[in-house]
Design a protein around this ligand. Structure first.
Ligand SMILES: [Zn+2]
Length: 211
C-alpha cells in the first residue's frame, strides 16, 4: 500500500477518546438546553446530553480511521484500464457551518493504471470523509485525492449531489435547493470524451437525488 499522508486528510488512526470527551460534549449540550429555557433535568431531556455525545462520536467518527484496515488487502495489481464507476453511494454528513446534516450520494470513477481497489471500499472511503464536519466541496476533493493517492490512476472523478438541511430548515425555505459538486482529475480533466462517458453513465442510471 502506498504511504498515505494522514495529516493531509485529517485522519487520526488511533481513537483518542480522552476521558473528558463525554463530559465536554454533555455539559455543552446541557448549556444549550438551559440557554433556551428548557429544563435539562426533566424526564425527556435527562439523558439527552449523554445520547448526543454518543451520537456525535458516531456521526463524526470519520476522523478516526485505521486506513490500513480500511484498505485491508483490497488493492490489486491488474492489467485493466477501463473506467471503473461506483454510483449512488449514499452518505450522511454534517455541515461545518451549522452542524446540520447534508445528505446525498456520491459517484466515484477512476481509470486504473495497474492498480484497482475492491469495490466495497469506495463506499467506506466516502463514509470516512462524510462522517466529519464538512463542506461539500472539500469532501468531493478529499475523496478524489484519496483515491488518487491510493491507486495513482490515469484519472479520477467524483460527483456529489446533496441536500443541505441548513438551507432547508433555516430562513427562506427553498425546498428545491440541492447542490452538485464535482472534481475531475487526470484523464477526466484532459479528455472530454472520458469525462462525458462518466457523466452519461451517472445520469443514465440514476434519477436526480431528492429528499
Ligand atoms: Zn450549513
Amino acid at each position: 500500500m502506498p504511504e498515505i499522508d494522514l495529516a493531509k486528510y485529517q485522519i487520526i488512526e488511533k481513537k483518542p477518546k480522552p476521558p473528558e470527551y463525554y463530559a465536554k460534549v454533555e455539559s455543552a449540550v446541557e448549556s444549550i438546553l438551559e440557554a433556551f429555557g428548557d429544563d435539562p433535568q426533566r424526564e425527556g431531556l435527562k439523558n439527552t446530553p449523554k445520547r448526543v455525545a454518543r451520537m456525535y462520536e458516531e456521526l463524526l467518527g470519520g476522523y478516526c480511521t485505521d486506513v490500513d484496515r480500511l484498505v485491508n488487502d483490497a488493492l490489486f495489481n491488474v492489467e485493466y484500464d477501463e473506467m471503473v464507476v461506483v454510483r449512488d453511494v449514499e452518505f450522511y454528513s454534517l455541515c461545518e457551518h451549522h452542524m446540520l446534516p447534508f445528505i446525498g450520494r456520491a459517484h466515484v470513477a477512476y481509470i486504473p493504471k495497474g492498480k484497482v481497489i475492491g469495490l466495497s471500499k469506495i463506499p467506506r472511503i466516502v463514509d470516512m470523509f462524510a462522517r466529519r464536519l464538512q463542506v461539500q466541496e472539500r469532501m468531493t476533493r478529499q475523496i478524489a485525492d484519496f483515491v488518487g493517492d491510493l491507486l495513482e490512476p490515469q484519472g479520477v472523478a467524483v460527483v456529489i449531489e446533496a441536500v443541505h438541511l441548513c438551507a432547508r430548515m433555516r430562513g427562506v425555505k427553498n425546498h428545491d435547493v440541492g447542490m452538485t459538486t464535482s472534481t475531475m482529475e487526470g484523464s477526466f480533466r484532459t479528455n472530454p470524451a472520458t469525462r462525458q462517458e462518466f457523466l452519461d453513465n451517472i445520469s443514465r442510471t440514476s434519477a436526480p437525488f431528492r429528499l
